[in-house]
Design a protein around this ligand. Structure first.
Ligand code: NDP
Ligand code: 8X3
Length: 253
């Protein structure tokens, strides 16, 4: 029997990589994307050893022409995408708006909002043609509330929240499910990227409590995509037990 196909953006690290592995373990063939080609090659080699069909596509979600060309040039055997996981994203910086770095802002807006839009714009017609599909957008607790110095990152994730609702309406008549998964603190490369490579500062984010791990979010995605045809999970907010809001934690001293 033909296996289902999932396309995961940002499969080179963290939540995207864990989701790729989880879906491969559960019978999906996977299209893995990201900018770091060496990581894509390694992951592809590893998954293929276990019998998963893998297509690696190296592109930057911020560059519309790259996204368009990657999707338009998909080999026929990869066009029937059942699941799209819009996961690629980042935070850059954590500072008051009046002190913000505009390069950081552009990177977040271009990746988290425009990148997600470009990928969805070019992949969703393939789903529409087949009259079925499931889009998973990775939002954040930062898309449900705003915290000090989170300004632009929170705005991009609020945009993901709005786009999720908008695409659910637009895709409704095409029988395409749209789900948003909004994690709290997950230890990945996220904070190292946010703090521009400062690993010591990044590690402090996860000190004193049991953070989520990427596999926890992969489990939620697998749950959402394995519901019966007539069931759609609109939204999942998934937090560490020791985290109540974006900034309130039950940290051990
Ligand atoms: P990581 O930094 O570990 O992974 C981010 C992934 O996004 C990488 O695979 C990276 O690949 C990819 N990516 C970033 N920019 C681009 C780009 N321009 N083009 C293509 N791919 C890109 O972080 P997470 O796994 O934690 O983050 C995944 C998603 O989860 C993000 O959307 C993030 O906002 C969200 N999130 C994370 C939380 C957390 O606490 N970790 C909580 C809530 C939401 P590469 O560098 O190879 O291009
Ligand atoms: C990542 C979680 O709380 O750092 O989206 O914004 S948080």
């Amino acid at each position: 029997m033909k296996k289902k196909i999932a396309l995961i953006t940002g499969a080179t690290s963290g939540i995207g990589e864990a989701t790729t592995r989880r879906l491969a373990d559960n019978g999906f063939d996977v299209i893995i994307t990201g900018r770091r080609s060496d990581r894509l090659t390694n992951l592809k080699g590893e998954l293929e050893k276990n019998g998963t069909r893998v297509l690696d596509l190296c592109f930057d979600v911020r560059v519309e022409s790259e996204v368009k060309s990657a999707v338009e040039n998909l080999p026929d055997s990869w066009k029937d995408i059942d699941v799209l996981v819009n996961n690629a994203g980042l935070a850059a910086g954590l500072s008051a708006l009046q002190e913000g770095d505009t390069d950081d802002w552009n990177r977040m807006i271009d990746t988290n909002v425009k990148g997600l839009l470009y990928v969805t714009r070019y992949v969703s017609p393939l789903m529409i043609e087949r009259g079925k599909g499931h889009i998973i957008n990775i939002g954040s607790i930062a898309g449900k509330e705003v915290y000090p110095n989170g300004n632009v990152y929170c705005a991009t994730k609020h945009a993901v929240d709005a786009l999720t609702k908008g695409m659910r309406i637009d895709m409704l008549r095409h029988n395409i499910k749209v789900t948003q998964v909004c994690p709290g603190a997950v230890e990945t490369e996220f904070s190292v990227v946010r703090f521009h490579g400062d690993e010591v500062r990044a590690a402090k984010v996860y000190e004193g409590f049991d953070n989520l791990i990427a596999e926890d979010i992969a489990d939620c995605i697998l749950f959402a995509i394995s519901r019966p045809d007539h069931v759609n999970i609109n939204d999942m907010t998934v937090m560490p037990t020791a985290q109540a809001t974006g900034t309130i934690f039950n940290k051990k001293p």
